[in-house]
Design a protein around this ligand. Sequence first.
Ligand SMILES: Cc1cc2nc3c(=O)[nH]c(=O)nc-3n(C[C@H](O)[C@H](O)[C@H](O)COP(=O)(O)OP(=O)(O)OC[C@H]3O[C@@H](n4cnc5c(N)ncnc54)[C@H](O)[C@@H]3O)c2cc1C
Length: 423
Amino acid sequence: MTHALTTWAGSHTFTGGPVVHPRTVAEVAQVVAGARHVRALGSRHSFSDLADSPGTLVVLDRLDVPTVVDAAARTVTVGGGVRYGDLARDLHAQGWALHTMASLPHIAVAGTVATATHGSGDTTVNLAAAVRGLELVGAGGQVRTLTADDPELAGSVVALGALGVVTRVTLAVEPAYDVAQEVWLDLPWTTALERLDALTSSAASVSLFTDWRGDRVGQVWRKHRVTPGVTWRLPEPGDELAGARRAPGPVHPVPGADPAACTTQGGAPGPWHERLPHFRLDHTPSAGQELQSEWLVPRAHAVAAIGAVRDLAPLVSPLLQVSEVRTVAGDDLWLSTAAGGDRVALHFTWHPRRAEVDAALPVLEAALAPFDARPHWGKLFAATGDALRAVHPRWDDARALLARRDPDGVFTNDFLRRTGLRD
Ligand SMILES: Cc1cc2nc3c(=O)[nH]c(=O)nc-3n(C[C@H](O)[C@H](O)[C@H](O)COP(=O)(O)OP(=O)(O)OC[C@H]3O[C@@H](n4cnc5c(N)ncnc54)[C@H](O)[C@@H]3O)c2cc1C
């Protein structure tokens, strides 16, 4: 059945159906047990056919699962369809926090961790690495619970929907904290590259926004962690910001866009979940009319990889709304883009010019190939099969796990076949 359901950005029209909204885990199990092909949809903020299926599409936005904090274990268990922004408000009201958030709070928990979505920070692991347990409805409608000590958990978190429908996610939490956010403009690239480590370690989260043209980085966003109730002042800028100037007022990363959509800047501390994302829950994040891509390279290659993209500015910049450079700490999740060590993420928010973007992707990937670049699973990339296997050391283990847990390919789709994760 064809219908008009699309990804958030309109970049892919889902071909599967029907779309169902189960209210209980038992209903999810019934749907999965009765389907030849089925997949879970999250908040549809990925850009490709990643979430599509030739069969039923399961949306968990009405799933009746309570959010439960375990203060002793420092975890929260939440329904897979809950948006991070809603979870964050709930947690904050109870005095708890997540360690990081993505640039937007609109995305659903299970879909977010399935693609190794990340925020920013030298010592900040991605959102998937906070997972301490999963409940998922696998092939045949079997409900399985994976706890932190389950050897399959590391292969099951960033699983791209290929193991089934994740109905509950248990995440690590910590006591609530505040964050102060400040923005700097026009940092010389020479300073940024010479002092990259000092720059990215100068706050809990640092983002560089650029169009790769010229000799200056357009914006540097810094998010500082603040202990609530303690007198705090913005740190004086060090050498890492030499030549930059403080933003005189609120800015949006996309040139010309309204900063009203952005979280509070200017250095005033506020609740973590109102500063860690760049965009407000009640506004459209980013540009709306857009495509996105991102590659993550090991920290050791950061400067060279940035140089390689700057060399491609004549190709890349005309297609670009803005790029963002962030850091992500390493983790041990099999298909994570940060598996095995710290990475630098090079992100591209494109104009919605699909054919031209599609043509640019292999050129960018060729330029980044010497740097062991891993594409973000939820964004647009060209690499397939062997190229992906070459940059994911646990690829064969992941592939074997997916085949063992779903021998009949109930959750298989074109995306998984194209990548080579499924036959
Ligand atoms: C404006 C914008 C800003 C973004 N910012 C960031 C950012 O800061 N950092 C970053 O890393 N990424 C970012 N992304 C990418 C985004 O975080 C990912 O694409 C993420 O996967 C979106 O989550 P979702 O719930 O929309 O997933 P969907 O796109 O709906 O699905 C993604 C995958 O998860 C699977 N899935 C969804 N729900 C379930 C479930 N219940 N059980 C099992 N599998 C499931 C789907 O089958 C699919 O394979 C951004 C995207 C947009 C549009």
